[in-house]
Write a protein that binds this ligand. Structure first.
Ligand SMILES: NS(=O)(=O)c1ccc(S(=O)(=O)NCc2cccs2)s1
Ligand SMILES: [Zn+2]
Length: 260
């Protein structure tokens, strides 16, 4: 596809030249203003069925480091909350900051976090492929989790250790048996709004579900810099129709420990 990045000549301020939807009216990320979020009593808890998780590999696509999953069936899905049906887990990736600078894409009252984790899911009930879902208004559901610096995160090590294997662009390495449930905070209270992919092709196909509670990672883990491009994030649009819902009731009542 068309080249893009975070530099002066290929960064967010010129993405609209190759991706005109950048000027659309449901572009992400946004600055979340909790007081302006309206509580929607019809919104139930989100449920994450990641127990029989099917991670495959970890790769660096030059923009981010991505852990990919086998999405050929409904073993790993997100449901509930604002979603009308289960959405299949396809991949997760991070938006890291540089040394000490804050890399989160969404902000809360103008404040950014050290990093942001995105778990990307697609609507396999309505669409036949990820690519088809990714350009449909109800095609994707991305769960956003903020990372803040604090204690060392016990399970993030497995990812940051693997990241060193894929430090240079277009490298892939095996990454089986990782259950992303170990990356979740204790509370699943969330904000949700209709938005877009935060990088090209910027499709307006994402139902965003952003958790209010961040997870803690150590300074070293948060400032991981892979060779993928880092740099200014794009703050777009205004949060509207943001609603929040109660925490989820995980089916097993507790989180299965990740298998490694
Ligand atoms: N930061 S984010 O979660 O909003 C994502 C940005 C891009 C994502 S993708 O991996 O789904 N690729 C999107 C596509 C490429 C080609 C056709 S669709 S997810
Ligand atoms: Zn992302």
């Amino acid at each position: 596809g068309k080249h893009w990045g975070y530099g002066k000549d290929d960064g967010p301020s010129i993405w609209h030249q190759n991706f005109p939807v950048a000027e659309g009216d449901r572009q992400s990320p946004i600055d979340i203003m909790p007081q302006q979020a309206s509580h929607d009593p019809n919104l139930g808890p989100i449920v994450l069925n990641y127990d029989h998780c099917t991670s495959l590999n970890i790769c660096n696509n030059g923009h981010s480091v991505v852990v990919e999953f086998d999405d050929t069936d409904d073993r790993s899905v997100i449901l509930g909350g604002p979603l009308d049906n289960p959405y299949r887990l396809k991949q997760f990736h991070f938006h890291w900051g540089g040394k000490g600078c804050h890399g989160s894409e969404h902000t809360v009252e103008g404040n950014s976090y050290a990093s942001e984790l995105h778990l990307v899911h697609w609507n396999a009930v309505k669409y036949r492929s990820f690519g088809e879902a990714a350009s449909a208004p109800d095609g994707l559901a991305v769960l956003g989790i903020f990372l803040e610096t604090g204690d060392d995160h016990r399970w993030l090590h497995t990812i940051t250790d693997a990241l060193y294997m894929v430090k240079y662009k277009a490298s892939v390495t095996d990454f089986k048996g990782f259950n992303p449930k170990c990356l979740l905070p204790s509370s699943l209270h969330y904000w949700t709004y209709l938005g877009s992919l935060t990088t090209p092709p910027l499709h307006e196909s994402v139902t965003w579900i952003v958790l209010k509670e961040p997870i803690a990672v150590s300074e070293r883990q948060a400032s991981f810099e892979c060779s993928c491009s880092l740099g200014r994030k794009r703050i777009r649009g205004y949060a509207w129709k943001i609603t929040s819902g109660p925490p989820s009731l995980s089916k097993a009542g507790k989180y299965a420990p990740p298998i490694n």
